[in-house]
Design a protein around this ligand. Structure first.
Ligand code: CO
Length: 212
């Protein structure tokens, strides 16, 4: 196993050098990504590959079901570093259809420790229960919760002290909500982009969120 991965690494580094001899030298000096990607840990949803960007071009935080929790020091530290040090102007929350975390949150089976994490998605489900449960087809309910989860996490990013502070200082910062289809490899924009705190009220209105 180890040999296989190291061999793949060596060949990859060779290919990168062949196409751009200065690539690693340049990266070694500094990273200057324009985007922060908050996505799911799912092995099929690799940020760089989906948007076809090289190392150095996108700053990434991933966890199960792309959840942004206000007490999660890990996620908050990533957002703070991205916005205040790297000065990214775009935060992309990207979920995906067929998300195992979202599916598990919809079902009532026990999965152990992870159930505590999935509670955050169950909270999203509870807020949108009427709309989701009104869909007759189970797969449509599942897809809608995947989308609603992204939208809620966009709102959560916007409510962090980090985003609020950036906007108070009139820095350019946009938070986007996208969803990816593992079936066809394509992204869909959920059109919940927030570039000013005022944009949030339109999202509440459109998506029936019950936050204050
Ligand atoms: Co997932």
């Amino acid at each position: 196993m180890r040999d296989m991965l190291f061999e793949r690494n060596r060949l990859w580094a060779e290919r990168m050098l062949a196409s751009d001899p200065e690539f690693f030298k340049r990266l070694h000096k500094q990273q200057s990504p324009d985007y922060l990607w908050i996505g799911c840990s799912d092995s099929r949803v690799s940020a760089n590959q989906i948007v076809d960007l090289d190392p150095g071009e996108i700053f990434v935080h991933r966890n199960i079901a792309n959840v942004v929790v206000h007490t999660d020091l890990n996620c908050l530290s990533v957002i703070q570093f991205a916005v205040e040090v790297l000065k990214v102007k775009h935060i992309i929350v990207c979920g995906h259809y067929g998300c195992g975390g979202v599916k598990a949150a919809m079902e009532n089976h026990e999965h152990g420790l992870i159930d505590n994490w999935l509670r955050h998605i169950q909270d999203v489900y509870r807020v949108h229960k009427n709309e989701i449960d009104s869909l007759p087809i189970k797969n449509d309910r599942y897809r809608l919760l995947c989308e609603k989860n992204v939208i809620e996490q966009v709102v959560n990013v916007c409510h962090t002290t980090i985003a609020q502070k950036a906007w108070r200082k009139e820095l350019k910062l946009s938070v986007h909500g996208w969803i990816y289809s593992v079936k066809n490899g394509l992204l869909k924009d959920l059109e919940v982009c927030v570039s000013h705190p005022q944009d949030l009220s339109a999202i509440y209105h459109h998506h029936g969120l019950s936050h204050s």
